[in-house]
Structures are given as C-alpha cells and as structure tokens.
Write a protein that binds this ligand. Structure first.
Ligand code: 5GP
Length: 210
C-alpha cells in the first residue's frame, strides 16, 4: 500500500509523519538537489545530491516519480519502495502534487492525503518562524501553496492540520481503514474460502451426544 501525503511546506507534514506509528509502515526517503537545512541528516531526511547525480538517477529510471519544487529537484528512489511493497509494508511518500499525480497514475491503488493548515496566515507564520529559508524562498513557497490548492480535489482525503495530535489520529484512522478494504485482504479471503470445517456434522454430533 502506498500512502501519499502532500501539502504546502509549513502544513506540518514532517511533524505529523514523525508521530505516526512507525511499526505500520516504511517511510520513503527522497533524493533532492536542495541544500540541507540545519539539523537535517543525509540519508535520513533526504539523500542530498547534485543536479548531475539527480539527472543521472532520473535518466536511468531509478526514480518512481520526480518533480521540481521552487527551484530544486525532488524524487522518490524506486528500489526502496518496491522492496517494502514486496514485503507487504505500507510506504509513506511525502511528496508534492506533481509527484503525487505521477504516483496515482502508476499505482491506481495508492491512497492520497492532502494536509492543509487552517489559514494562510498560519502557514506563513510557521514558515517564517522555522527560519529554514530566506524571505524570498518563503514567499515563493507560499505562492506555490496557493497554486497547489487547485489539486486538492484530486486527492482521496483532505486533512486540516489545526491541532497536531488530532491530525495524527485522523491520518492513522485513514490508514487503518484502508487495511480493512476487502481487496487488501485477499489472502484471508482465499483461506476462509478453503476452510472446509464442516459445522453441520459437528453440530449434529453434539446434538446426538445430548
Ligand atoms: P522541502 O524542501 O520543504 O523538504 O520539500 C519541498 C516539497 O517537496 C514538499 O512539498 C515535499 O513534500 C516535496 N517533496 C519531498 N520529497 C519529494 C519527492 O521525492 N518527490 C516529490 N515530487 N516531491 C517531494
């Protein structure tokens, strides 16, 4: 199962994802040409790379999807995601709308969640307060956020991040409910079909004994 989480920078995607129950899923780590922010760990937050390295990975078909976001390139390495899916794990992709559309096209069964802040004021405040980008970049990111709203209807779920704990609960519930869909439980369905326990015979015997 692939779970796409998109939303403007500053909507709190990173914080929410960190709080989800990690036993249930694997988190895909993207490649990016963006400079690492203070505190970001290469190989944990992102695989930071040069533009040339990114283009090489893209052209060699090593990326599941890719997009340009406010002047930098971002992409999902294919191998890790495919390995996790093979092991039956849910994989969370924290990607932008462009990448999300590519994934939805390739994996019809993926679930997509759009995370939004309650207001643009809140979004702008968060972006400014975290001091990870200069003013120009913050402005470009807010502009981008406005244009991303047009894509909300292409997503399966819209979650408004007004309070972090309840947002985490909502996303966890979405994922938990997805696991209950019949087509995600084919193994059980097949096994119960093959279960030849003969209830009638057993019940008649008990009846006889009494
Ligand atoms: P940031 O620079 O704030 O870490 O990320 C900027 C945007 O790029 C965010 O919307 C984030 O979700 C998106 N992003 C991160 N990794 C990927 C990726 O692998 N593919 C795509 N398409 N977008 C990504």
């Amino acid at each position: 199962m692939l779970v796409i989480i998109s939303g403007p920078s500053g909507s709190g995607k990173g914080t929410v994802i960190k709080k989800l129950n990690r036993q249930d899923f694997a988190l895909s780590i993207s490649m990016t040409t963006r400079e690492p922010r203070a505190g970001e760990v290469p190989g944990k937050d992102y695989f930071f790379c040069t533009k040339e390295e990114f283009i090489l990975a893209r052209d060699n078909n090593h990326l599941l999807e890719h997009a340009e976001f406010v002047g930098n390139m971002y992409g999902t390495p294919k191998k890790y995601v495919e390995e996790q899916i093979e092991q039956g794990k849910a994989v969370i992709l924290e990607i932008d709308v462009e990448g999300a559309l590519q994934i939805k096209e390739k994996f019809k069964d993926s679930i997509s969640i759009f995370l939004m802040p309650l207001t643009f004021k809140e979004l702008a405040t968060r972006l400014v307060m975290r001091k990870t980008e200069d003013v120009d970049t913050v402005i470009r990111r807010i502009r981008r956020a406005r244009s991303e709203i047009e894509y909300i209807h292409r997503y399966d779920y819209l979650v408004i991040n007004d309070e972090i704990e309840s947002t985490v609960t909502k996303i966890q519930k979405i994922i938990d409910s997805e696991y209950l869909k019949p087509h995600r439980n084919e193994e059980y369905i097949e096994s119960i079909k093959g279960d030849d326990y003969d209830a009638t015979a057993v019940l008649l015997r008990i009846d006889d004994e009494n």
